[in-house]
Design a protein around this ligand. Structure first.
Ligand SMILES: [Zn+2]
Length: 365
């Protein structure tokens, strides 16, 4: 998995684009700190060719069924490969006791939160965020040699790629892989297969769990289910509690939560629209870079209530986005993972740059 690989030409071209984005200077705002090339240079290892022209190897392989175990291994390798740039910790534990792996990428004071896989079958968002960490770290190191200011000098990305690892495990490996298979098999199925599961392993939909208009949130199921069940109260699930704690401990300038199927951006709701003026221009920037459509302002708490981004906006009055990567297709089943580049990266590869630049603007105002 982590041997030196040659990626395709499209990926390389996009990496050049990313580097260009990253090098868009933050120096109009703050003078860049002097760049310590020695500190930022990664020493060649046995796997890496030595020499000034060496390209840092790509560690994350997103064009496959991306598992929790891959994520944990890749996160550790990234932390080892980019000391001082990437730090890996845990934001908490899932119901089944999996560590909620958190990557901190960057050296800046401005913090941006990126979340993936609230919904189990949408685990390609985890691959997206891990590929983002990998490619942006590589671009950062390559950029140092050119002496450019870099967004990651001003911003730190807090990346929680897989909010719902137990659910992802169920989707990828079936109910017998759960800690308590019989309990899972006793839950209500709103789709035919476990590969279509959205909820956590308690049968609670984690994006219907946040304490924001939770009581008003409509639901068509009132028992633990494969999707849609909002639970007996807000924030009962440890995965949601971990995300909320992370937000309480860090003053994020903005947050984005990634889902799949739609290629759209949810950027405002009627409860907070007037209080978060920065959201509209940021949403516009996201749309321009990705081509994703902007949704109307969400108007009905029965529909938008209890989502992460809605809670984040209400609680902190900062921009919060729900971004639906990937085109519609394959019904409710996960996408063909081998098509990651085409379905995800070709449009969303530059997203983190946009979010970082916009976060700097938010903090300036
Ligand atoms: Zn979703």
């Amino acid at each position: 998995m982590n041997t030196l690989r040659i990626k395709n030409a499209a990926r390389r071209a996009l990496s050049v684009f990313l580097l260009g984005c990253l090098l868009l200077s933050a120096c109009a705002r703050t003078p860049p700190a002097p760049i310590d090339v020695a500190e930022n240079t990664i020493l060649p290892t046995a796997e890496q060719p030595a020499g000034s022209e060496m390209e840092h190897i790509s560690l994350v392989e997103p064009n496959q069924t991306y598992t929790y175990e891959m994520l944990v291994a890749d996160a550790d390798e990234l932390a080892a490969a980019y000391p001082g740039l990437i730090e890996v910790t845990s934001a908490g534990q899932s119901v089944e006791g999996r560590a909620l792996t958190l990557l901190k990428l960057g050296r800046g004071d401005v913090k941006v939160l990126l979340l993936g896989a609230h919904h189990a079958r949408e685990y390609i968002t985890s691959a997206f965020l891990m590929e983002t960490a990998d490619e942006y770290a590589r671009a950062y190191v390559r950029g140092d040699g050119q002496g450019g200011a870099n967004l990651l000098d001003s911003v730190t990305l807090y990346i929680l790629p897989m909010v719902n690892p137990d659910g992802v495990n169920l989707v990828q490996n079936g109910p017998d892989a759960a800690a308590d298979p019989e309990r899972v098999k006793g839950m209500r199925m709103l789709k035919e297969t476990y590969a279509e599961w959205k909820a956590n392993i308690n049968g609670v939909d984690l994006n219907r769990q946040y304490p924001c208009h939770w009581e008003e949130k409509a639901s068509n199921t009132d028992v633990p289910s494969s999707e849609m069940y909002k639970g007996t109260a807000p924030a009962t699930e440890p995965e949601v509690q971990a995300v909320m704690r992370l937000c309480e401990e860090n003053a994020f300038a903005l947050a984005a939560s990634f889902h799949t199927k739609g290629e759209v951006v949810y950027w405002a709701d009627s409860g907070t629209e007037d209080a978060i003026e920065a959201a509209a221009p940021i949403a516009q920037s996201i749309s321009e870079v990705t081509g994703y459509a902007l949704m109307e302002v969400s108007g009905d708490p029965a529909v938008y209530g209890a989502g992460f981004e809605n809670w984040f906006r209400q609680e902190y009055l900062k921009p919060g986005f729900c971004i639906e990567l990937t085109p519609v297709g394959n019904g409710s089943l996960p996408h063909d993972d081998a098509r990651f580049d085409e379905l995800v990266w070709s449009r969303a590869g530059g997203l983190a740059s946009v979010l970082m630049r916009q976060a700097l603007d938010v903090e300036e105002k």
